[in-house]
Design a protein around this ligand. Structure first.
Ligand code: OGA
Ligand code: MN
Length: 294
């Protein structure tokens, strides 16, 4: 069995075969995955029946983990999963579906906006690894958009206009956008905020990409309506169908995406009726996108 990757979308995304993620990976396999991430930005692995500890152990081979602390309403001691796992499910601590009006459900609806994970942290995330444990009978695809292809297709005047711009990202902004407004002062502090370059350059490939996210709500030095107009325009451009791969989940899929080069969102499903148990490990970024984080 040897690892191989074939592209599954016209501009990005690859399917990986020939690896069992429960076994310790070889150096060559790890190198092939990093190379594949650089090239395809999203990698799909089928038939990977992982326990939480196996997912965590495999993830650590790709870099240092970002702990799932701060990016949620739940305090660490209230979490369903270990600190190494971000809970992308619709389940409470007792594995029951969130009720229709549960604040945690309202908060989770923010994942239906296009975003890049942890763009609200001074060191935004590198990779996310999402494992599908239980899936609903319909809906709940995850869509990915290639921010390199989106950048490449901008005209020269727009590329010049956005070069060097710095955006303010916060969880408060993505939640305010969906009308989730009753956020306490404590929660706002826990949510945090950070400044990020709007155009970032991949450290290994040198490719530029648009660093957009639903968390981004302001541009340093710009009036808010003007900033939001530009960010909305760029987001609409970047999420046109030709840049989007829609992943239709199968049970035991693991999908890895590069948050530096893509945005993603979860699509609608009947989340008050059926469980969707998705668990995410996150590889920490190498550093801030700007010299002096906010
Ligand atoms: C995430 C996320 C999307 C999904 O875990 O970061 O956005 O499909 N999940 O659950
Ligand atoms: Mn996400």
């Amino acid at each position: 069995m040897s690892i191989a990757i074939h592209q599954i979308h016209p501009v990005f995304a690859g399917e990986v075969t020939g690896i069992d993620l429960r076994q310790p990976p070889s150096k060559d396999e790890i190198a092939a995955i990093h190379d594949g991430m650089d090239r395809y930005a999203v990698l799909v692995f089928h038939d990977q029946r992982l326990t939480d500890d196996e997912q965590i152990a495999f993830s650590r081979h790709l870099g240092e983990l970002e702990l799932a602390v701060g990016g949620t309403l739940q305090k660490p001691e209230e979490k369903r999963l270990k600190l190494e796992l971000a809970d992308a499910s619709n389940l409470d601590r007792d594995n029951n579906l969130f009720g229709r009006t549960d604040r945690n459900r309202m908060y989770a609806l923010g994942n239906r906006l296009w975003h890049s994970d942890s763009s609200f942290r001074p060191i935004p995330a590198k990779y996310s690894l999402l494992s599908a444990r239980v899936l609903p009978s319909a809906g709940g695809n995850t869509e990915f958009a290639d921010m390199r292809a989106a950048y490449d297709s901008l005209d020269a005047a727009m590329k010049a206009e956005i070069e060097g711009l710095v955006c303010e990202h916060s969880l408060g902004h993505s939640r305010t956008q969906i009308g989730f407004a009753d956020i306490s002062e404590d929660e706002r502090r826990m949510f945090g905020s950070a400044r990020q370059l709007l155009v970032r350059t991949h450290p290994r490939t040198g490719r530029k990409s648009l660093f957009l996210s639903a968390h981004g709500g302001a541009i340093v030095g710009w009036e808010i309506p003007e900033a939001r107009d530009l960010l909305r325009h760029l987001t609409e451009h970047a999420t046109q169908r030709q840049f989007v791969y829609a992943h239709v989940w199968r049970a035991n899929d693991l999908v890895i995406w590069d948050n530096r080069q893509t945005m993603h969102r979860v699509c609608r499903f009947d989340d008050t009726k059926e469980p969707r148990d998705m668990r995410r490990t996150t590889i920490a970024g190498d550093g801030p996108t700007i010299a002096t984080p906010a």
